[in-house]
Write a protein that binds this ligand. Structure first.
Ligand SMILES: NC(=O)c1ccc[n+]([C@@H]2O[C@H](COP(=O)([O-])OP(=O)(O)OC[C@H]3O[C@@H](n4cnc5c(N)ncnc54)[C@H](OP(=O)(O)O)[C@@H]3O)[C@@H](O)[C@H]2O)c1
Length: 323
């Protein structure tokens, strides 16, 4: 197996005092490690969590490791547009700059479900919730010099357990086709990649960089709907031989995307840790890397997804206000 790509130590010792970051889903897994590293480098990190107690526990643990860590925990349920709006309002009430937005939270291969606004659960949480959050924070990002938006995608945007990543505009929410958890995950992760691509196009010339990342196959709770987490942890030694990596390694691509001076030269690109691609020559990853999925290179698809996401959200907000 290829060795995980790791950030240059100089990037991880940059002084980030005076910088502010938002990390969604930062109480566990890759997000938690990202929060800790940014705080260690002196940044203020606002962490969006749906479980307040878990968020406070993670923040307390980080403060023990990093005395003086500047971490703020705010409630954020990406499966609710009301909650996304409240999070953005609270953030904007107390912050006037945002150097990095890390759209990290996610769910994978869930049983069929819906968000509070009636969207398919994985598309709604992984893509539409983050899409709305990004829209609400775009002004502050554009007012902050050198701001970056990082969308956590996955190598599964290419193929997830044999299902090719594609966007089905005729049935985004699986109301007509039979629900399949991997097909829905692949669609949501391709949407994350296309979101960054289209953001980059729209934000050209504003100084804001947007990229998508695959963090690697990482030992986190994400697997919970597919296999017991304890089993993954018990078998970690063997799974590592097949490419499983630890959360610290899994956070490297996000940290590189946030901190490397090279990244703004590649706005819209996909940055991949080691992964599992249909084209095995891509398995070593790359910062940046060209996806083997042709849909990932379709500019028209990215535009259409952006417009459709904005339309779906505007319609849902209108319905909510009328109710
Ligand atoms: N682990 C991997 O191998 C892998 C591979 C490719 C891509 N990724 C991507 O990496 C990102 C981070 O995942 P991870 O591996 O670190 O998994 P994780 O430990 O399960 O972290 C995901 C986080 O998202 C949060 N979350 C889920 N639904 C949410 C919602 N509705 N509102 C707010 N937060 C919500 C979770 O909160 P709760 O704890 O409350 O559920 C959790 O803190 C995801 O986008 C995932 O798709 C991971």
């Amino acid at each position: 197996m290829a060795q995980p790509l790791m950030c240059d130590k100089r990037l991880l010792s940059l002084d980030l005092s005076g910088r502010t970051y938002v990390v969604t889903g930062g109480a566990s897994g890759i997000g938690r490690v990202t929060v800790e590293q940014l705080a260690r480098q002196g940044a203020t990190v606002v962490v969006g969590v749906r479980n307040g107690a878990a968020g406070q526990k993670a923040a307390d643990q980080i403060r023990r490791e990093v005395p003086g860590a500047k971490i703020e925990i705010l409630h954020l349920d990406l499966a609710s547009l009301d909650s996304v709006e409240q999070f953005a309002e609270q953030f904007l009430a107390t912050h006037s700059e945002l150097h990095g937005l890390v759209n990290n939270a996610g769910v994978m291969n869930t049983p069929r479900g819906q968000t509070k606004d009636g969207f398919e659960l994985q598309f709604g949480t992984n893509h539409l919730g983050h899409f709305y959050l990004t829209e609400l924070l775009l002004d502050v990002l554009q007012k902050t010099e050198g701001a970056r938006i990082i969308c956590l995608s996955s190598c599964y945007h290419d193929k997830a357990m044999g299902r090719e990543g594609k966007i089905d505009f005729d049935d985004l929410h699986f109301t007509r086709r039979k629900y399949d958890g991997w097909t829905a995950y692949a669609q949501s992760k391709l949407a994350n990649l296309l979101h960054a691509k289209e953001l980059a196009r729209r934000l050209e010339g504003t100084g804001v960089t947007a990229v998508s990342v695959h963090p690697g196959w990482v030992r986190t709770n994400l697997i919970r709907h597919s296999a017991p987490v304890f089993l993954q942890n018990a078998l970690a030694g063997v799974l590592k031989l097949a490419g499983l990596i630890e959360p610290w390694e899994g956070a490297q691509t996000t940290l590189y995307a946030l901190l490397s001076p090279e990244v703004p030269k590649h706005s819209g690109a996909f940055f991949s840790q080691t992964g599992m691609y249909r084209d095995r020559s891509k398995n070593a990853g790359g910062w940046p890397m060209s996806s083997p999925n042709p849909h990932a290179h379709d500019d028209e698809l990215a535009r259409r997804l952006y417009d459709e996401s904005a339309r779906i959200i505007a319609e849902a907000r209108q319905k909510r206000r009328a109710a």
